[in-house]
Design a protein around this ligand. Structure first.
Ligand code: NAP
Ligand code: GDP
Length: 338
């Protein structure tokens, strides 16, 4: 390690955000250690292209022993806790695993920091889902937290404990309350990527086993149709590459705090469809049908964030706009599938 080089320990390194954050930290000359779940075959997810530049440590957020051992050995300058069962829909099917990985996983990190590396700064990946069915719009750091699904409930535990540990033990634990952020690396479980994959598959006329798989391992189009849930749901969609810079800035601040990270712009799922299909000149209404299976037991939002605190305090603001983001995703899937 070169003199003065900072170290970061990142959980969730193989995920969408982990990959952009790893690229960002490497560009700033950090030594980056990533927690990697052991699979029967080597699997590096979104960081396969960085596998020679990163240091991987096998482990799991379910295991406090390994977290404590790594944090004690590394004494990292910064810890980014991005690891999570991150999908709302799936959290109804796996509520206990979600609570364990997403809620208790964070607490295990805080406990390890408290006990073996109290100088490490921690970034916790909080979420706009914390605001649930709020009637307040836009949401900011003072909006009441009222989770409406098991994922959000687990994230609420992690969020509140970040504040409790910060105050009780004088630890540098900060949270970023991130609104939805997407990219070509987004899992096809999420609506933006499901749509961009479906648009590309329809445009290219893919059939049978050439159709990519989406949510629950099902093809993203079936009988030439894209099946979606609530088309009226409203979200604030930004670009993941912009949001990892916010995570880093949050840890460079002079004290630990909570920050909303968002674009401040709201769109419906219908508008998302219209934008994505228009990139390839197709009419979304001819291809999209509603399937009750994707309608959730409770819906959150409209979720739209007020990012004025982070803009004023840390100078962060989003760069990529909605139209540009969706075009980027559709064009990337067209290139990938053709
Ligand atoms: P993602 O692509 O689903 O990645 C999740 C990561 O967590 C993967 O690397 C996964 O590893 C890892 N993971 C899951 N369970 C684990 C466990 N038990 N032990 C260790 N690692 C585990 O999620 P993302 O979009 O990058 O999001 C990053 C974080 O931000 C998550 O905490 C998410 O909940 C939160 N967040 C995301 C958004 C968003 O819009 N993207 C918004 C707000 C908050 P495997 O590869 O082994 O599965
Ligand atoms: P979330 O905001 O973290 O739950 O991100 P998602 O991308 O999973 O969902 C965003 C919104 O799209 C939610 O309000 C969903 O109800 C809505 N939605 C509509 N159809 C679908 C679908 O087929 N899949 C997913 N994942 N979400 C859908």
């Amino acid at each position: 390690m070169s003199k003065g080089q900072k170290t970061a320990f990142v959980t969730g390194i193989t995920g969408q955000d982990g990959s952009y954050l790893a690229e960002f930290l490497l560009s700033k000359n950090y030594r980056v250690y990533g927690l990697l779940r052991r699979n029967s075959l080597p699997s590096f997810g979104n960081v396969a292209h960085l596998r020679h530049e990163l240091d991987f440590l096998f482990g799991d957020l379910a295991d406090p022993a390994c977290l404590s051992m790594y944090i004690s050995k590394l004494q990292p300058d910064e810890i980014y806790n991005l690891g999570s069962q991150s999908h709302v829909h799936e959290s109804w099917a796996q509520p206990i695993a979600t609570a364990d990985q997403t809620g208790l996983g964070a607490l295990r990190i805080y406990e390890a920091v408290r006990n073996v590396s109290p100088k490490s700064k921690v970034y916790q990946a909080s979420t706009s889902e914390l605001f649930g069915e709020t009637k307040i719009s836009p949401q900011n750091e003072d909006t009441p937290i009222c989770p409406a699904n098991p994922y959000a409930a687990a994230k609420a535990l992690a969020h509140f404990d970040a504040q409790v540990y910060r105050k009780s033990f004088d630890l540098f634990i900060s949270t970023g309350i991130l609104f939805n952020h997407e990219s070509p690396r987004r899992s096809p479980d999420f609506v933006t990527r499901k749509i961009s994959l479906a648009v590309a598959a329809l445009k290219l006329g893919l059939k049978g086993s050439r159709i990519p798989l989406g949510q629950s391992g099902r093809p993203v189009i079936s009988g030439g149709k894209l099946e979606l849930g609530n088309l009226d749901a409203k979200r604030d969609w930004g670009f993941a590459g912009d949001y990892v810079e916010a995570m880093w800035l949050i840890l460079q601040h002079d004290h630990p705090d909570d920050f909303v990270v968002a674009t401040g712009e709201v769109h419906t799922v219908s508008e998302l469809c219209e934008t994505a299909f228009s990139v390839v000149g197709l009419d979304w209404k001819k291809h999209v049908v509603v399937d009750k299976e994707w309608i959730r037991p409770t819906e959150t939002g409209p979720l739209v964030g007020d990012y004025s605190k982070i803009k004023k305090t840390l100078g962060w603001q989003p760069k990529v706009k909605f139209q540009e983001l969706i075009e980027m995703m559709v064009r990337s899937d067209l290139a990938r599938l053709s």
